[in-house]
Ligand binder design. Structure first.
Ligand SMILES: Nc1ncnc2c1ncn2[C@@H]1O[C@H](COP(=O)(O)OP(=O)(O)OP(=O)(O)O)[C@@H](O)[C@H]1O
Length: 272
C-alpha cells in the first residue's frame, strides 16, 4: 500500500545557506603522469533544510565531489564552506551514508553497538547512548533489532541501520552516496520515503548522489546536474513538486514527467 510523504516547504526560516561549494576543482595524482582531473569547476549552495540531489554521467566526479564536501578528500583548488566556516576537515555535524552497507557495518557488533559507535567516539555516556540508539533505530522503523547482528538482517534493513548510525549524533547535514543502489526496487521506494520522513522529522539538510534521475526528482527540492568528466555544473534544476510526494502519483504526474524529460536531455551523452 502506498502512502504520502510530506516534506517541509522551504520557508523564510529555512533559507540560510549551510553548504557552499565555490569553484571546486579536483585533480588526482597532480603533477604525475597518471594525473586525472575529476572535477573541472563546480559551484553551488545548499540551504538549511533543503534536499539536493547530484546527478551526472558515470565518472563525472559525483563521489569525488561528496568526498571533498565531507572533508575526506582535499580539493585541488576552490573553496568549501560549512555553516559559514571554511571546510578543512570532516565536520562534526556531518552524517555520511554510502552505498555499500555490507562493508560499512561491523559484523561482530550488534546493531545497537554499530549505531552507537559515533556516539561512543564523541564521549557520550553509556545510558544516554543507549537511549539515543533506541530512538534513532525507531526513527528508521527498526526498534526491534538492537540485540541482533547486521548479518541477521536483509540488505534494506542493514542500510536502515547505517542510516540510523549516521543520524545518531543528530547531524545538520546528511551526505549520501548512492545509498539505495544495492537494494531491490520495492525496498528502494521504502528507503526513499524513509529518508524524506526522517528529513522532515529531524529537520536535517540532505545532499544525495544518485545515478537515478527518477529518484533524484522524487526526493529533491533542487538537482545539481553535472556534465561528463571532468565535470562542471550543467544546470541546477528546481523541483517544484510541492511538499507531498507519493511514489505512484508523484511519478505519474505531468510535472514529474516534464522534469524527467528535461533531466534526461541534460545527462544523455549526445547532449554533453
Ligand atoms: N583515488 C583516485 N585516484 C585516481 N583517480 C580517481 C580516484 N577516484 C576517482 N578517480 C577518477 O576520477 C573520476 C571521477 O570518479 P568518481 O568516482 O568521482 O565519479 P562518479 O561520477 O562518482 O562515477 P560513478 O557514477 O561511475 O560512480 C574517474 O575518472 C575516476 O577514475
Amino acid at each position: 500500500m502506498s502512502h504520502t510523504v510530506v516534506s517541509p516547504q522551504p520557508s523564510a526560516s529555512l533559507t540560510k545557506e549551510v553548504l557552499r561549494v565555490d569553484g571546486l576543482r579536483k585533480v588526482y595524482n597532480e603533477g604525475k603522469p597518471a594525473a586525472k582531473t575529476a572535477i573541472e569547476d563546480v559551484s553551488f549552495g545548499v540551504d538549511k533544510g533543503e534536499f539536493v540531489c547530484i546527478v551526472g554521467p558515470s565518472g563525472a566526479g559525483k563521489t569525488t565531489l561528496l568526498r571533498c564536501i565531507s572533508g575526506l578528500a582535499k580539493p585541488t583548488s576552490g573553496r568549501l564552506s560549512f555553516e559559514g566556516k571554511p571546510l578543512t576537515a570532516v565536520p562534526e555535524q556531518l552524517g555520511l551514508v554510502f552505498q555499500d552497507y555490507g562493508r560499512s557495518l561491523y559484523p561482530w557488533f550488534t546493531n545497537a553497538k554499530n549505531v552507537g559507535l559515533p556516539l561512543a567516539a564523541r564521549g557520550m555516556k553509556k545510558a544516554e547512548r543507549a537511549a539515543r540508539v533506541s530512538e534513532v533505530l525507531k526513527n528508521v522503523g527498526l526498534g526491534h533489532v538492537e540485540k541482533q547482528y547486521p548479518w541477521e538482517l536483509s540488505g534494506g534493513m542493514q542500510q536502515r541501520v547505517a542510516i540510523a548510525r549516521a543520524l545518531s549524533y543528530r547531524p545538520d547535514l546528511l551526505l549520501m552516496d548512492e545509498p539505495f543502489a544495492s537494494v531491490d526496487a520495492q525496498t528502494r521506494f521504502d528507503l526513499e520515503d524513509l529518508i524524506l520522513t526522517v528529513r522532515r522529522e529531524l529537520g536535517i539538510t540532505v545532499v544525495l548522489v544518485t545515478h537515478d534521475i527518477d529518484e533524484a526528482i522524487y526526493l529533491s527540492d533542487r538537482i545539481v546536474v553535472l556534465s561528463g568528466s571532468p565535470s562542471r555544473v550543467r544546470e541546477v534544476v528546481d523541483v517544484p513538486l510541492g511538499s507531498e510526494r507519493e511514489q505512484v502519483a508523484t511519478r505519474a504526474s505531468d510535472e514529474f514527467l516534464d522534469l524527467r524529460r528535461h533531466l534526461l536531455e541534460l545527462v544523455m551523452p549526445h547532449s554533453a
